[in-house]
Design a protein around this ligand. Sequence first.
Ligand code: 2P0
Length: 345
Amino acid sequence: MKIVTCTAPVNIAVIKYWGKRDEKLILPLNDSISFTLSQDEMCAKTTVAISPNFSEDKFWLNGKEESLENPRIQNCLKEIRRRASKRKMNGFDDEMLNWHIHVCSANNFPTAAGLASSAAGYACLVSALGSVYGVEGDLSVISRQGSGSACRSIYGGLVRWYKGEQTDGSDSFAKTIAPPDHWPNTRVIICIVNAGRKKTPSTEGMRRSVATSSLMEYRVQTSVVNRVNKIMQAINEKDWSMFCDITMADSNEMHAVCQDTFPPCVYMTDTSQAITSLVYQYNEIKMANKEDHHKICYTFDAGPNACLFVPGEVAEEVMNLVVTAFPPKPTQALDEYIRGEKPSN
Ligand code: 2P0
């Protein structure tokens, strides 16, 4: 029996991946750029075991048994096994390719709430499979075939996923463009507006945007290309203020494309919009005080939850502001107490 456990962190895109040029190979229409969070924060943990004694393949996700027959998982598994059989390294025995597999995966944050759970999940699965089958080298191309954004979670720091030009996807991979300590003091504040599953899954939302949004065409051909160049410059020059502005602009454009989709994909709520207003207001005051380095920015994935990037010096101040502006809802018990009802336990 061979058994391996891996963890993989969530990544948060600052230039969004929204739209594919190839659905099967999961090839994007544009380059995207993300921050990979540190391992000990939001992450997926996966254990993969192969054994001649297993009588069937099995898969558990967050404690619930699911089917391993999912085509995306099968694509990753097939590709890992193909590479393993070609390399036959690290004492790998061909017989092991025929053993059944057990996979157990869990996230320490809400699944499918627009918090990049599939990114961490597939990056983790592919890393664990890679270790079990002794596959080395770049795994981003394989994890991309599980979930596009997963290729970015293979690497740490600031990561760019190159869309690539080839039809076989061989040049659509991810690469670190700046190490994790590039902006060492950066903190990420995740504001959970709603932890439930999103109404339109990203894959379906993207498909619909590509088919119906004319703004999407402009994004892919012009605006996102310019923004990628500009944010690369901001990263290279460590221009935090410019980085923040571009991050917010790209989030805004992705959600504008979603609104321009028919029927529209509406991910942000009134609370999400109110968070953006708070960020603008905060930045205006910081700018007036000539504290450009204390600028903060937001970005929203395919859900209502905000990710705020903030300099460490102001992280506590921003947290206090958010909690003051959006006090957590009273718990059921407190609610009942205030209304003078008997607690329901
Ligand atoms: C991103 N998102 O760049 C963007 C921003 C959501 C909004 O990547 O179809 O789950 O599995 O490739 O990777 C979510 O898309 O979609 C995503 P598939 P995925 O992070």
